[in-house]
Design a protein around this ligand. Structure first.
Ligand code: AMP
Length: 284
């Protein structure tokens, strides 16, 4: 695997590959890699000639200095994992390389970012929009691979790709979970053993809520039930639980049998375990 730290050197190399007619699959990450990331690499390998993975802990998408400071950074181990997985190119720029000066431009995703992550992490999706658009321009991939685990991020990037006519295809890949159901996440490394033991309750809670919705209970009742369930688990602080239209991410009301449009419904949760914030979602 080739490793690049500089934009211009990477671009020079990618230009040669593109001129040979090779297709490029791109997996942007913030590192501290786990099997969830590797599942994206595997998808990229299956669908492209060359796989590029980026590792960059993007400061502009953190609205919380503590979260940025403790975000795990494990470049050496990540590099080995990528090599073993058959990734062709790792792009690991410094913050100075990506941002010689902080961008003044702003992304506004409208209603897509007034809910959930956007509401609780002001400025987060502006930072995501900036870094992902920069990375798309640098790598110019044919396909880019993202995880459904970050559902709202997928919606925001899909909006950006469509509205700004990025010439690439987005591929959304399913959430990879630990055996006990916990969604894999770099942040899981920051959990204490006690917190790790209760973390799977988030996925369990989502599944209880799904079962209640399938019994045609009202959204408001299901939301109350879930909040009550998690209140009984010491160490988990619910931040939000939303039942939303999958396409618009706007709140869904009523019961499933009243879902006249028949579109998919997303159940999305965010919670703190101590200072570690975890998110998860499932789709009906
Ligand atoms: P991150 O490094 O957390 O920014 O994630 C990089 C990419 O990996 C994003 O597209 C995430 O949605 C995706 N990802 C993170 N966790 C998982 C998971 N458990 N399963 C599948 N994809 C994931």
């Amino acid at each position: 695997m080739l490793v690049f730290h500089q934009i211009s050197v990477l671009q020079e190399h990618l230009k040669k590959l593109r001129n040979q007619g090779l297709s490029i699959g791109f997996v942007p990450t913030m590192g501290a890699l786990h099997q969830g990331h590797i599942s994206l690499i595997n998808q990229a390998k299956a669908q492209s000639d060359i796989v590029v993975c980026s590792i960059f802990v993007n400061p502009t998408q953190f609205n919380n200095a503590h979260d940025l400071a403790v975000y795990p950074r494990t470049l050496e181990a990540d590099s080995q994992m990528l090599d073993t997985a058959g990734c062709d190119i790792l792009f690991a720029p410094s913050a100075e390389e990506m941002y010689p000066k902080l961008p003044t431009m702003k992304f506004d995703f409208g209603a897509l970012e007034t809910v959930m992550e956007g509401a609780f992490r002001p400025g987060h999706f502006n930072g995501v929009g900036i870094v992902v658009s920069k990375l798309f321009h640098i790598v110019q991939p044919d396909k880019a691979f993202f995880g459904q685990k970050d559902l709202q991020q997928c919606a925001v990037i899909s909006c950006m790709v469509n509205e700004l006519s990025f010439h690439l295809e987005l591929v959304i890949c399913p959430t990879q979970r630990e055996e006990d159901g916990l969604a894999m996440s770099s942040r899981n490394r920051n959990l204490s053993p006690e917190q790790r033991a209760i973390a799977p309750f988030l996925y369990q809670a989502l599944n209880y809520a799904k079962a209640s919705l399938l019994q045609d209970k009202e959204v408001s009742e299901v939301k109350t039930e879930l909040a009550e369930f998690l209140k009984n688990i010491e160490g988990i602080e619910l931040e939000y639980f939303e039942i939303s239209d999958f396409d618009t991410l706007q709140p869904f009301h009523g019961t499933l049998s009243q879902n006249s449009g028949g579109g998919k419904i997303a159940l999305c949760i965010a919670a703190f375990l101590g200072k570690t914030r975890l998110i998860d979602n499932i789709i009906i």
